[in-house]
Design a protein around this ligand. Structure first.
Ligand code: ATP
Ligand code: MG
Length: 565
């Protein structure tokens, strides 16, 4: 078979021949999506062969550092070898079978990646958890998921033990640690002594693979199930995909292992294209650690959340010279145009925004080389027909505000969640006509660029005006005194509700007179956006409430405001 010598944005995809090209007929609609798919055998093991044949650049498949001199580098072959051992621990030692569920709550340690791949090999359903969970959070997750096994590290074992008696499904506890603990199996010892002989199970493309808990920005986190094909096969169908990486690229995402972003940016999307996944343990997210890492390691692509970029641009960059950084991506929350501009002036680089949900993966994004419109989250991602719709599921014309939705009928696109586990009612609530509704409001312009206005609940209605918090926040953050801000509605006897801004000051402004600063900020907003949007109330705070994934919890601030009445 002679493959067409096609290039996409200048990247020779031919390098990915075996993995990517075999699905060319599927991409062209000439062949159906395969019935069986397993990311470990169909992607990772193929890369291992390509690597063995000397057809892949010599960079590792996985590269981990802890910032204190420890380093781990694995080729695809080593990743295969070690993850097969882990698969044997899970199946032979723990007795787990295809379809069983396992909760894995670990910081960014190499073992997490071995476990993730081992679960694919054995068909075990992985439930990643954010590493800062409390005992109550763990109890909720173990009970809701009915998981029979948990893997965690020293920091969380006491919390797990304190609730284990209430988790009737839990049978096995594994600890990733140098030490031992009663009632726990030592993961590290076990897997090193296992055989590396393991045959990957056959999984249907729609079999369950992974369950994420949503960030819980608006309430209890929801159990969101994805299939074997949803995250792993979707990138194979896309000619232009958000990371758009090649086998020689090194991709670094700072996301916590429990968040879907880590799975997308630090597992599936780089490995589909044979790229190197770079991980820093980052026990604490600090500017210096991040900037130094970008200077010392050949990272091509950085993926992070807006909160991190907001933190980084507060620094003086004159003593930092990035080694290789070319592509920056921000997602999970709106990125302020001011931060985009500051990043550009400090690094010469743009930030490409992605927009998505745990339920859908990436819905909109910028692509390498695409024109960036500040304040926009880019265009519809491949395979997704994204529209702005009204209450009756009518598609709205460009420029009109409505709900961001993705066409999900007659065929649910690959990449979508299978549903909220044990909650068909909640799943059904996301459907409207032929669409899946995101619960976010936005607009689309004539060029197909989407703009985020706010979560449905975050919209402020004051004297009949609908005000999105994000536009007010964007105006505020342009002021040099503002390091970070969250805008919510606050009760008002005359207007019903008014705009209130919570402001974290930049260090250099912390001793200013707050009354005159308030006036200053209000005047600034009146000048930068429509005057009716200015915050009638301003409160200065040390920090903003955030989810463990770093998202601002506007609903918490709002509840406090309304509770004050
Ligand atoms: P929960 O559903 O439990 O309340 P959550 O919605 O924050 O939590 P996620 O699935 O992690 O959980 O986040 C998806 C949401 O994050 C989107 O619906 C949107 O509100 C927001 N979001 C993601 N990316 C962007 C972006 N680029 N711009 C603006 N908002 C974004
Ligand atoms: Mg959500």
């Amino acid at each position: 078979l002679k493959l067409p010598n096609r290039t996409f944005h200048g990247h020779p995809r031919l390098l990915t021949s075996d993995v990517y090209s075999q699905y060319e007929p599927v991409r062209r609609g000439k062949q159906e999506i395969p019935k069986y798919f397993n990311f470990a055998s169909d992607v990772l093991d193929k890369w291992s062969e390509i690597e063995k044949a000397g057809k892949r650049p010599s960079n590792p498949a996985f590269w981990w550092i802890n910032g204190e001199g420890e380093e781990v580098k694995w080729s695809f072959e080593e990743l295969g070898f070690l993850s097969r051992k882990v698969a044997n621990v899970l199946t032979k030692v723990c007795g787990l079978q295809k379809g069983d569920r396992i909760v894995v709550v670990l910081p960014r340690v190499p073992e997490w990646w071995l476990i993730a791949v081992a679960c694919m090999r054995a068909g075990i359903v992985l439930i990643p958890g954010i590493s800062q969970l409390s005992a109550k959070d763990i109890l909720y997750r173990l009970q809701a998921s009915k998981a029979t096994c948990i893997i965690t590290d020293d920091t969380l074992t006491p919390a797990v033990d304190s609730v284990a008696s209430e988790c009737q499904f839990l049978k096995t506890k594994l600890i990733v640690s140098k030490g031992s603990r009663e009632g726990w199996l030592n993961f590290t010892d076990l897997y090193k002594n296992q055989s590396a002989d393991h045959t990957c199970v056959k999984t249907r493309i729609q079999d369950s693979m992974i369950i994420f808990f949503t960030s819980g920005t608006t309430g209890s986190p929801k159990m969101t199930e994805h299939s074997q094909g949803s995250l792993g096969f979707r990138p194979l169908l896309s000619e232009r995909y958000w990371l758009d990486s090649t086998p020689s690229d090194v991709i670094w995402s700072t996301a916590d292992t429990g968040w879907i972003v880590a799975s997308l940016a630090s597992v599936f999307d780089p490995w589909v294209f044979g790229s190197c996944i770079f991980i820093h343990k980052l026990p604490r997210i600090e500017s210096a650690a991040i900037l130094n890492t970008l200077c010392r390691f050949p990272i091509d692509t950085l993926v992070s959340a807006p909160t991190l970029f907001r933190m980084l641009v507060q620094n003086d960059f004159s003593s930092y010279k990035f080694m290789n950084l070319k592509h920056c991506v921000s997602g999970g929350e709106p990125l302020n145009p001011e931060v985009l501009q500051q990043w550009k002036s400090k690094t010469g680089l743009d930030i490409y925004e992605v927009y998505g949900q745990t339920e859908t993966g990436i819905i909109c994004s910028g692509f390498k080389g695409m024109k960036i419109k500040p304040g926009s989250m880019g265009k519809a991602a491949p395979l997704y027909d994204v529209q702005i719709i009204d209450k009756n599921a009518n598609i709205l014309p460009s420029g009109q505000q409505g709900e961001i939705a993705v066409r999900s009928k007659p065929i649910k696109p690959l990449g979508f969640f299978s549903g909220y586990v044990d909650n068909p009612k909640k799943t059904a609530e996301t459907e409207r006509g032929d669409f899946y509704v995101t619960g976010d409001r936005g607009t689309v312009d004539e060029d197909g660029y989407f703009q985020f206005i706010g979560r449905d609940d975050d919209i402020i209605i004051s004297s009949g005006y609908r005000i999105g918090p994000f536009e007010v926040e964007n105006a505020l953050i342009e002021h040099p005194a503002v390091a970070e801000t969250a805008v919510v509605s606050s009760p008002d006897p005359i207007r019903g509700e008014v705009v209130k801004a919570f402001v974290v000051l930049s260090p250099t402004f912390s001793s200013n007179d707050l009354e005159s600063l308030t006036w200053d900020l209000q005047e600034h907003v009146k000048k930068t956006t429509a005057p009716y949007k200015y915050p009638r109330k301003v409160e200065f705070v040390q920090e903003l409430p955030k989810t463990v994934t770093g998202k601002i919890k506007r609903n918490e601030l709002r509840k406090k405001e309304w509770g004050r009445m």
